[in-house]
Design a protein around this ligand. Structure first.
Ligand SMILES: NC(=O)c1ccc[n+]([C@@H]2O[C@H](COP(=O)([O-])OP(=O)(O)OC[C@H]3O[C@@H](n4cnc5c(N)ncnc54)[C@H](OP(=O)(O)O)[C@@H]3O)[C@@H](O)[C@H]2O)c1
Length: 241
């Protein structure tokens, strides 16, 4: 993570748990200032120096543009933005209600587009900055029971590819990380999770490491996309099915 980024700090969505939390902690450990976004934060994170918590529901699209404007006024020009807020919901398409489909699209796709839209003008004007999105292996190939989730992740990846091209002249770097299964609270409400052995899942810190590599690229070089996955693909349905 570049030394010139120290002053302005990093905005991290989904900073309360999982991948976003690992990214936030890594940045804080390096002495960076982190503005963390999520709905709820625990005391351990809130007690960290240089950490500003912003309680926000990114799936509330009606209020989101206004909330993001306020956020941008309070924290106008971060060095980088890591978009790690997201949710998984899996099942046959007909098991989804219209509201569930809309909520997944709102959070996993639309909220990320709106956040980028709010911050890009100032970043382009400055001529620097990095925005990194978290896609998924589900952004690379679709699978049974993942139609809606995959749709959000494929769309996010397409958005990122277009935005990367759109920003290339400005000095703003756009990237995406596509992890396979990460052992995180993502699976708490699902009926499966990755295998428990160390080579059967990624850790949130593995993904934070990939993000750190993207941030550390010299200005003028862009790591567009990183795919990473556990050595072995093992899905544990436990006794929850
Ligand atoms: N875990 C995996 O296997 C995996 C694999 C590939 C890609 N991903 C992607 O990686 C991203 C992060 O996943 P994770 O594993 O870190 O999941 P996680 O442990 O469940 O963390 C999700 C984070 O998103 C925040 N969040 C959820 N809903 C929100 C909302 N409505 N408004 C604001 N923040 C919200 C949560 O905070 P609050 O609940 O406090 O709001 C939490 O900080 C997601 O986009 C996911 O699709 C995950």
């Amino acid at each position: 993570m570049s030394a010139t980024d120290t002053e302005a700090g990093f905005l991290v969505t989904g900073a309360s748990r999982g991948i976003g939390r690992a990214v936030a902690q890594r940045l804080l450990d390096e002495g960076r200032h982190v503005i963390g976004l999520a709905r709820r934060f625990d005391d351990e994170l809130l007690s960290r120096n240089q950490f500003d918590a912003v309680a926000i529901d990114l799936a509330q699209l009606d209020q989101l543009p206004q909330r993001l404007k306020q956020l941008q006024r309070a924290h106008p020009l971060p060095s980088g933005i890591i978009c790690a807020a997201g949710q998984g919901r899996f099942g046959a398409l007909e098991q989804f209600s219209a509201t569930q489909i809309r909520n997944l699209v709102d959070l996993n796709l639309t909220s990320q587009i709106l956040l980028a839209r709010e911050y890009l003008p100032a970043m382009k004007q400055r001529g620097s900055g990095t925005i990194i999105f978290i896609g998924s292996e589900a952004a690379l190939s679709g699978g049974a029971r993942g139609a809606v989730y995959s749709a959000t992740k494929f769309a996010l990846r397409g958005f990122v590819q277009s935005l990367r091209a759109e920003c290339s002249a400005s000095g703003v770097r756009i990237g995406i990380v596509n992890p396979g299964m990460v052992d995180s609270s993502f699976f708490d409400d699902l009926n499966f999770r990755p295998g428990g052995q160390a080579d059967q899942h990624l850790t949130a810190e593995d993904v934070a490491h990939a993000i750190a590599l993207m941030l550390a690229a010299r200005p003028g070089a862009v790591i567009d996309e990183i795919n990473l996955s556990p050595q072995k693909r093992v899905i544990d349905f436990g006794d929850r099915e």
